[in-house]
Design a protein. Structure first.
Length: 264
């Protein structure tokens, strides 16, 4: 069997069309949407809505400013639109129509934090199966899937009326329930990484993303062959070994255009 795995697609539909070539199945670990393009500020949804200069300032604040400064600036941007939620919804649907059409059958997918899972059923065809807190058998192995990313402990999502968009960020209790639903897993497929420092630290952003202790505990208890994930675009280490399990960041697919290959 040969399975190709990708994560952090961020709008790269052309490469996604080729990602399943030569494989028995394609696994997609989320972040389909190109929301903020930190390399080309005029691209992505925010680039289209606000222009490169304003997105560049937003990116600078994300990199150098405080969370409060970033949130405050973001709110000024969205307040400048007559119908921010409608504009974002239209842009997301357009991207999803293109991206899901690019997936080859069979595809097994779980959402990332830069996704809107509630919209996925509108775009998945017969060859695409969406899983989150679920297990699927592929080539005789059990693949367990958990989507989204973790909120910092103690942070409650702000449910502002008329918010333009909400990322798929989960509190620890909700995320851990998804992990607990996975049993007898041979391949652990998640958007976010297990809680190992070398896998969670982004050397370009110069900060650590939040890793899951529940994923690490599952790896130690169930000893899957592989743990595959994305989310951290430029990790300090792309791989680590936990007992018998190969933990692997499959790469920033938007930039590389290359799938990670599993063979057995």
């Amino acid at each position: 069997m040969r399975v190709h795995v990708v994560s952090d697609v961020h709008g790269n539909a052309d490469a996604l069309k080729r990602a399943g070539e030569g494989a028995d199945a394609l696994v997609v670990l989320g972040d389909l949407i190109d929301f903020v393009d930190y390399r080309d500020h005029d691209k992505g949804i925010m680039g289209a809505l606000f222009g490169a200069e304003k997105v560049g300032e937003f990116a600078r604040l994300r990199r150098e400013g405080t969370r409060d400064e970033t949130v405050a600036y973001s709110r000024t941007l969205w307040a400048s639109l007559d119908d921010p939620a409608g504009a974002v919804d239209e842009a997301i649907r357009a991207q999803y129509a293109t991206l899901f059409a690019a997936m080859t059958a069979p595809t097994y997918a779980t959402p990332g934090n830069v996704d809107t899972p509630a919209l996925w059923p509108e775009f998945t065809g017969e060859g695409v199966r969406v899983l989150d807190g679920e297990v699927a058998e592929i080539g005789g192995l059990r693949f367990g899937f958990v989507g989204g990313a973790l909120l910092p402990d103690g942070v409650v999502p702000r449910r502002r009326k008329g918010a333009a968009w909400r990322p798929y960020l989960r509190d620890r209790e909700d995320y851990d329930r998804g992990v607990a639903a996975l049993t007898g897993v041979d391949v652990l497929c998640t958007h976010g990484p297990p809680a190992l420092p070398e896998l969670t630290y982004d050397v370009v952003a110069r900060r650590s993303e939040i890793g899951s202790t529940a994923l690490l505990e599952l790896i130690r208890a169930q000893r899957p062959r592989w743990s595959v994930f994305g989310h951290v675009h430029q990790p300090l280490a792309a791989r680590a070994r936990v007992g018998l399990t190969e933990c692997r960041n499959v790469g920033h697919f938007k930039e590389t255009g290359l799938p990670y290959v599993l063979r057995w």
